[in-house]
Design a protein around this ligand. Structure first.
Ligand SMILES: Nc1nc2c(ncn2[C@@H]2O[C@H](COP(=O)(O)OP(=O)(O)OP(=O)(O)O)[C@@H](O)[C@H]2O)c(=O)[nH]1
Ligand SMILES: [Mg+2]
Length: 325
């Protein structure tokens, strides 16, 4: 199985915790989840991310945290593997840029919309620090959720042929969840749904995950010294890959049906015709078998990933769903 590279755009205001999240996610995914691992394509990047992570876990004080990104966009290339065999490439965009702020220019916005349009998955980062109490109109301004909604709107309007079979996956990642975990989880989820109502409307076809993440549940009391023990940081990536496999699996099934019908149609013809077409039948039968074998592999991978996703809240067209195969 060889899938194309997938692009992920991570969107969130400055200070939302995107880079810290990326470091934690990389550390956890390097070790792996259910045999799935992530590795930087470039050895220098691997070293850099590992060193920044080491600093975060071993240094005490304010310096442990990453410095705010200098550039508006930062790219990272990864390989996602199962048993060290690459399944798909990952191009990760850490976007803090101006497009979310009030100072954005039309060009900033156009650039980001173009990038999102090319992405296979969108991560919306919202910080738990703004969810400590029930949301108010101020929360919308802090999280910039309306700006994010505008980008989703723009993305939709640039799509020529939206495909209901192949929904665009969006992960709403609640970073720094330690800061709001005193609240009832369902209440927080209800608040998040209110902030991004368009993603939860019936028949809208959005596949959405709401996922709380944190780099350590004690960080809320002492962010400079508390132990770093990442929670749930792998789930958004698992969701992205799961969605991609799901789409790929549907494509394979359509292909298999096509080969199956072709073989059957030839078998219906008279014996002479069948003889003349015997090599074609053989070829199509082989293609059919290969397709079946590949579907089995995709489904096995999806099954492993879906076990992990049981811990997250998943919605399709506004209804809560469980990840299945
Ligand atoms: N309590 C808590 N604080 C966190 C956590 N992760 C990050 N922080 C805090 O959030 C700050 C900002 O995190 P960054 O990862 O730099 O945020 P960013 O979204 O990359 O910001 P820009 O690069 O400016 O766009 C850090 O300096 C930490 O103080 C977490 O899991 N829990
Ligand atoms: Mg950053």
């Amino acid at each position: 199985m060889k899938l194309e590279e997938i692009k992920i755009t991570m969107l969130g205001t400055t200070g939302a915790g995107k880079t810290s999240y990326l470091l934690g996610m990389y550390a956890v995914m390097q070790t792996g989840i259910q045999g799935f691992t992530l590795a930087a394509k470039d050895m220098d990047l691997d070293l850099e991310l590992t060193q920044r992570w080491e600093k975060l876990i071993s240094v005490k004080g304010e310096d442990r945290w990453p410095t705010p990104n200098a550039a508006a966009m930062e790219y990272y290339g990864f390989d996602f593997s199962y048993g060290f065999r690459p399944l798909m490439g990952f191009k990760w965009l850490d976007y803090r840029g101006l497009a979310l702020s009030d100072r954005s220019t039309e060009q900033d916005v156009a650039d980001l919309v173009e990038y999102i349009t090319e992405s296979e998955c969108l991560f919306l980062c919202i910080s738990g620090e703004y969810l400590v109490d029930q949301i108010t109109p101020k929360t919308v301004r802090e999280i910039k959720s309306d700006r994010m909604n505008q980008f989703i709107q723009q993305y939709v309007s640039t799509k020529k042929n939206p495909d209901p079979q192949n929904p665009f996956p969006v992960a709403i990642v609640i970073t720094k969840y330690d800061l709001c975990h005193h609240r009832n989880r369902d209440d927080i989820i209800e608040d998040v749904k209110k902030l991004f109502q368009g993603l939860f409307t019936p028949n809208s076809g959005w596949l959405v995950m709401i996922c709380p993440v944190s780099l350590g549940k004690e960080l809320c009391d002492d962010p400079e010294n508390a132990n770093i023990v990442p929670v749930n940081v792998h789930l958004p990536v698992v969701f992205a890959v799961y969605s991609q496999l799901r789409a790929y699996g549907l494509k394979l099934k359509a292909q298999r049906d096509h080969f199956f019908l072709a073989v059957e149609a030839t078998k219906q013809t008279n014996p002479l015709m069948q003889l003349l077409k015997s090599s074609e039948i053989r070829e199509k039968t082989t293609q059919l078998q290969n397709c079946d074998a590949e579907i089995t592999v995709v489904e096995e991978n999806m099954k492993l990933l879906s076990q992990e996703l049981q811990q997250a809240s998943l919605y399709f067209s506004g209804s809560e769903v469980t990840a299945d195969v």
